[in-house]
Structure formats: structure tokens, C-alpha cells
Design a binder for this molecule. Structure first.
Ligand code: GLY
Length: 359
């Protein structure tokens, strides 16, 4: 069950009008990026309830989730007389909700936020759960705050403009949710038409993923325990994403997460007996759906080093969430790079991924 502030809407105008009743009309702000300003903003700009809203556009792309964009938003709020009673409506994917959410969390010590996710990745991950932040000093999400949105509204027509690669990128987080929850949901994901992100069956899966994410983040909003489960696939995934940029073959976040899931399920198989038939089935699906990243064992030192930068590590080792089976979570599994057997196991998981990819 979803709480009342996570809304799947078929009539966005009336949903927003209801939500905005409590805010002074001159203090409504809309944040878009240069993509959603053209693809999604036109779907809402004629709404009566947004007639007086002031709109700001930031350049699209994760590079712009920066202190410069943050400063641009603060300056905009300041010039427009925003107050703690203002509301910011983020219209975009994770970049917009992370950046806009952090600007709102910090301006006047906190303005309200409504997220309108326009990507699948934004809908099933970034828009829900209150993580906000910017990249800093070459590190992703290095500075940020937990700031829960007042509401998140999911509206299928936004997803219709998504290209296939962005749809697949979001879908990787849905696979993660399937692995964290139950076989029935995981199996249903394999049957979806991944070229139709605004179709009813896909939206039903988005709803289920949002339910799973909400169930976890509402129990542990500040990631002291259970929320670490959402990092499944991400320790390896972030390192592979970073490598893809390093070798100038950048991939979208979800592609790296899908490959990271394969590596971490391999670790789970070896350490906790995660079933081999499930590992093979998911690996085959990831290979067909996400293709490959060209890397060799010469890149392993880079990947292992990149893993040590992950925020969820303590200074002693690499921290993973692993699964003993689908939905059977084992938090806080630590591997140590200075222990030969652990390092060999991590390298074996990369060998396995390269083997699956056929490279
Ligand atoms: N993206 C993982 C989380 O929200 O905790």
C-alpha cells in the first residue's frame, strides 16, 4: 500500500491543485532541466494552479548536479522572494530532484518539495525517500541532506518521451527491487515490454517498485540499517559506472547497476549460497538487455580502488548488502581488499561478469 502523498495520477492538474491548496500562490516554483523544459513542462504549464509559478531551468546532465547549479537555484529563490512557506515542484529525473531537493532543503533552512519524476529511474528511486544532494570534488552525491518531499506524483505521459536506454536504466532499479522483495514481482518484470514505459503493465510495476522502496525508506529514513539494502548492486555498479567514464565509454547509471547486480549475486552465490539457477537466469537477462562494457583484467585495480570510495564503507572494508535468496537480505557483509581470499573473490566476480558479457 502506498501512503497518501505518493500518488499515481491520471489527472495531474486536479492532483496538483489539491496538493497546492495549502501554499500561497505567489510562492510556487518549478525547477526543470533543459530537457524536461521542452519535453515535460508543456504538459503542465497551462495549469491554472501553476499560473503564477516562477520557473527555473538548469542545464541537463549529471555534470550540472553541481555547486554552481545549486548557487543558481539559491540566487533564483532569493531574487524571487522565496520563503519557508514556498513550495518547489521538481519536474525531471534524479538530477533535478536531487539538486532541486537539496536547494530546497537548505534555502531558509527548508522549503517544501513536490517531485514530479519524468524518468523511470527518477520515479522508482531518486524521487522517493528523501535523499537529495550534489556532486562535489569529483565525487557523486558527496554533499547532501535527507529532505522528504511533501508529495511525489507519478504521471504516465511524462514517461512516453523516454528513450529506450533511459527506460532500461530505470528498469535496473526495478530488477533490484524484485530481488529484494519476492519472486512473484521479479518474475513479472521479465514479462514486461521494456519499450512501453507508459503502458499500464509497466506502470503497475513502477507502482510496486515505489511500494517496495517506500516500505524500506519509511522504516529507516536515514540509512542506519535496512535502507542499506537499496545499495544492492551499487558497490560494483558505481565502480563500473566510474570505469565507463574513465575509458570514455560512458553508460547510464542503470546499466552499471545491472552489471553490478550480476557481480554481487555472484558474490552472494559464493558466500551465502544464492541459488545458481537464479544467478544464471538473471545474468542471461542482463547480458541480453544491457550488453557489455569493454574492460579487461588490467582494469581490476581501477575498479577495486573505485569501490573503496563508496560512502557506505567504513575504513576497514567494503560493505555489501547480499542475498541468500530472493528477498532474503543479509546486510553489512564486509569484504577486505587486504585479505587475499576476499580480493580474489571480488576479482572472480568481475571474471564472471566478463564471461557472461562474452568479453
Ligand atoms: N537510492 C538508494 C536510496 O534511496 O537509499
Amino acid at each position: 500500500m502506498l501512503p497518501a502523498n505518493l500518488l499515481f495520477s491520471e489527472n495531474l492538474e486536479s492532483t496538483l491543485e489539491q496538493l497546492l491548496k495549502g501554499y500561497a500562490p505567489q510562492q510556487r516554483f518549478i525547477c526543470c532541466d533543459s530537457t524536461t523544459a521542452t519535453t515535460c513542462l508543456p504538459l503542465i504549464s497551462g495549469f491554472d494552479c501553476l499560473r503564477d509559478a516562477r520557473q527555473v531551468t538548469i542545464p541537463a546532465g549529471d555534470d550540472h548536479k553541481s555547486v554552481e547549479s545549486l548557487s543558481l537555484l539559491w540566487r533564483f529563490f532569493s531574487q524571487e522572494g522565496a520563503t519557508r512557506r514556498s513550495v518547489l515542484i521538481n519536474v525531471g529525473g534524479g538530477m533535478v530532484s536531487d539538486l532541486g531537493g537539496f536547494a530546497a532543503a537548505t534555502f531558509k533552512r527548508g522549503m517544501d518539495v513536490i517531485n514530479l519524476p519524468t524518468t523511470i529511474l527518477g520515479a522508482v528511486d531518486a524521487a522517493v525517500g528523501g535523499k537529495t544532494g550534489i556532486n562535489f570534488n569529483g565525487l557523486k552525491n558527496e554533499v547532501g541532506a535527507f529532505h522528504q518531499p511533501k508529495a511525489v506524483v507519478f504521471y504516465a505521459p511524462f514517461f512516453a518521451s523516454l528513450d529506450q536506454a533511459n527506460c532500461l536504466s530505470g528498469f535496473a532499479e526495478m530488477l533490484k527491487h524484485g530481488l529484494l522483495s519476492d519472486a512473484a514481482y521479479l518474475n513479472s518484470l521479465f514479462k514486461l515490454d521494456l519499450s512501453q514505459p507508459s503502458a499500464p503493465a509497466f506502470l503497475e510495476a513502477v507502482r510496486r517498485s515505489v511500494e517496495i522502496k517506500h516500505a524500506i525508506t519509511s522504516q529507516d529514513p536515514h540509512e542506519k540499517g535496512l535502507r542499506k539494502a537499496l545499495n544492492l548492486g551499487h558497490t560494483m555498479g558505481h565502480a563500473l559506472e566510474s570505469l565507463s567514464h574513465h575509458i570514455q565509454k560512458p553508460v547510464l547509471h542503470g546499466y552499471a547497476v545491472a552489471w553490478g547486480l550480476v557481480c554481487e549475486l555472484f558474490l552472494a552465490h559464493r558466500l551465502l549460497g544464492f541459488p545458481s539457477e537464479e544467478l544464471s537466469r538473471i545474468s542471461a537477462f542482463v547480458k541480453i538487455t544491457y550488453g557489455s562494457l569493454p574492460f579487461t583484467c588490467a582494469d581490476y585495480p581501477y575498479l577495486l580502488e573505485a569501490m573503496t570510495h563508496d560512502k557506505k564503507n567504513d575504513n576497514k572494508g567494503l560493505n555489501f548488502t547480499l542475498l541468500a535468496g530472493i528477498g532474503d537480505l543479509r546486510l553489512d557483509q564486509t569484504l577486505y581488499l587486504d585479505q587475499t581470499s576476499d580480493k580474489a573473490l571480488l576479482e572472480a566476480s568481475l571474471d564472471y561478469l566478463r564471461d557472461i558479457m562474452g568479453i
